[in-house]
Design a protein around this ligand. Structure first.
Ligand code: HEC
Length: 166
């Protein structure tokens, strides 16, 4: 019986070592690309600062990885968050969305921070500096709402202008 347990443990150890070699590709591109959100709408410095600390690790093309991101299976788990996060919202490629998509994301940003659903709790558990205080939540939510209104108004103005010109 003891022998079986021992063999089992050795197999487990071998597996753990083996999976260290299967690494997901890292999210290590550029944050500030040509399609970065600043190239679509105004993002004041104090708002950008908050997004940088609390959101870009999962919502941009570049992640600052903690040391344990090199340990499997943690890296897979982190990678899933980054992939899902980027699929939903990527500040680095914001410009690539159409107007409707951009408006939708701005609305969601305000909602997510106000409901304290973002940044993810599993993230702020370790990244304490990413936790948003009430003023920061208000700052980001107000910015997102104001930007939504402005983007919509600008696009309506543009459309009516082209209609007039015709
Ligand atoms: C640890 C990674 C992580 C961080 C940090 C993070 N997010 Fe997310 N975010 C995700 C994941 C994963 C999803 C998709 C799944 C979900 O909705 O839970 C998501 C989804 C979203 C969505 C789309 C929600 C919807 O309605 O579908 C928005 C908007 C968003 N995040 C905004 C933010 C903002 C703003 C911040 C910073 C204040 C932030 N996130 C920080 C991982 C993260």
């Amino acid at each position: 019986m003891m022998k079986i347990v021992k063999i089992g443990l050795w197999i487990l150890l071998a597996l753990l070592i083996f999976i260290q070699f299967i690494r997901p590709e890292k999210n290590s591109g550029e944050i500030y690309t040509e399609s970065f959100i600043c190239n679509v709408v105004d993002v004041p410095e104090n708002v950008e600062q908050i997004l940088r600390v609390s959101c870009y690790d999962c919502h941009s093309d570049s992640t600052v990885y903690p040391w344990y991101a090199n340990v499997q299976p943690v890296a897979w788990w982190l990678n899933d968050h980054i992939k899902d996060g980027k699929d939903e919202l990527n500040f680095s490629t914001f410009k690539k969305r159409n107007l409707k998509g951009q408006l939708k994301k701005l609305k969601e940003i305000a909602k997510m921070v106000e409901k304290r659903e973002m940044p993810l709790e599993s993230y702020t558990y370790i990244h304490k500096d990413a936790i948003l205080n009430p003023q920061q939540i208000k700052l980001v939510a107000d910015w997102a709402k104001k930007t939504y209104d402005k983007l919509l108004a600008d696009s309506l103005a543009k459309t009516s202008k082209t209609v007039e010109e015709k």
